[in-house]
Design a protein around this ligand. Sequence first.
Ligand code: MN
Length: 259
Amino acid sequence: MDKPLILVSNDDGYDAPGCVALATALSEFADVVVVAPEREQSAKSHAITLSSPLRHRVVAENVHAIGGTPVDCVYVALFHGELLPRRPDLVASGINHGPNLGMDIHYSGTVAAAREGAMRGVPAIAFSSLARDVVPAAPIAAELCRRMLAAVMPEGQPALLNVNFPRGEIAGVRATRLGHRHYAEGVDVRTDPRGREYFWIGGPGGVEHGGVEGSDTQAVDAGYASVTPLSIESTLTAHLGLAAYVAGDGTADESPGDP
Ligand code: MN
């Protein structure tokens, strides 16, 4: 039987240790092609480059660096037609240096690379780690990819899984939902050497996890890796009544907030 083909991308750059380690671990059982950003693209979310050139560099056999975002990389890999020998069976993104827990997924380039695969019909999985050294998690990440390839896929939207590895020893792996992760927000106002004001956002650091039962934040805090299934279907069905009221199209006759 032919080996599966796995497209590896990330947001830390093609040469990031987590990307190299993931690709190496996956090579044990799969054909692997890396198409990843030339430079770090963390927190670029689902950005796509539409108005500037995307440079392409062949780094090595089956390793491509693209001068764009994580989503650019997956898009080019899937639609250029010459980077991959066939349609991939899986998109694996990471292993990101740093967590992508709870609301982090909306900012994450790591998750976006995987989401782009899923949006294009390819099952996808994103890996992030809270550990200082993300490399030791690579064999476990590869095993999770192997299990995902062996799984019977649910009907409907293509599968998109978000994995986070804890700091330190990995006690096990748990299926989770997204938790709550609160950063100490802040806008630092500083002055540049020419006397002009600038902002530095993101606060002074520090983060708290809400106590959501069965969540990714709870799992990694307890030393477990988390596996969270994500939706690419964003409609909030519970708010269709609000939408109808705001639309004023006659399908709602009172505010959903009215008693
Ligand atoms: Mn990153």
